[in-house]
Design a binder for this molecule. Structure first.
Ligand code: ZN
Ligand code: ZN
Length: 140
C-alpha cells in the first residue's frame, strides 16, 4: 500500500515526490536543527531511499558537520533534505515541506535533552535523550 505525496520549497523551484508508507517521522530537538532552521525543533520523516525522488532538484547544499549534507533551495532558502555522508539507503525529508504537512503523525521525539524549556513532550510519543540508535546518536 503506497501513500504518494508531493512537497517542495517555498518558491516552487524544488519539488519532490515521496511514498510515505512505513515512514518514521520524528521531532528533532538538537541544537543543529534549532540553529539551522531558526526554529524550536525540526520535523523529519524518514523513508527508504527508493521511496523518494526529486521532480525538480535543488542545487544548494551545505555541510557544516562531517556527517551530513543539508540540501536546500538556493532560490528561496528552504531546507528540504538531510543526507548522511555514509548512509544513502534512507531519505530524510524536512516534513514541513510536504504539501500537506498535517498528513503524518509524529512517531518519536529525539534529542529531547536540548528541548526548549517552554515546550512539552508530545503525549504518547516515545522520547529519546539523543538519537534512536547508537548510529543516530552521533548524528549532527
Ligand atoms: Zn525555492
Ligand atoms: Zn536535529
Amino acid at each position: 500500500m503506497t501513500n504518494i505525496q508531493q512537497g517542495g520549497c517555498r518558491c516552487g523551484f524544488a519539488r519532490y515526490e515521496i511514498d510515505l508508507s512505513g515512514a518514521n517521522t520524528l521531532n528533532c530537538h538538537c541544537i543543529d536543527c534549532q540553529k539551522h532552521l531558526g526554529a524550536p525543533f525540526s520535523v523529519f520523516t524518514v523513508v527508504p531511499a527508493s521511496q523518494f525522488k526529486w521532480l525538480k532538484k535543488p542545487v544548494g547544499f551545505i555541510a557544516f558537520s562531517d556527517t551530513a549534507n543539508r540540501i536546500f533551495c538556493n532560490k528561496c532558502g528552504t531546507y528540504l533534505k538531510w543526507e548522511g555522508v555514509t548512509s544513502s539507503n534512507e531519505a530524510e525529508i524536512n516534513a514541513m515541506t510536504l504539501d500537506d504537512p498535517s498528513s503524518f503523525k509524529v512517531d518519536e521525539e529525539i534529542f529531547v535533552r536540548t528541548r526548549i524549556s517552554w515546550l512539552k513532550p508530545l503525549e504518547g510519543v516515545p522520547q529519546y535523550e539523543a538519537g534512536r540508535t547508537v548510529e543516530e546518536g552521533s548524528k549532527t
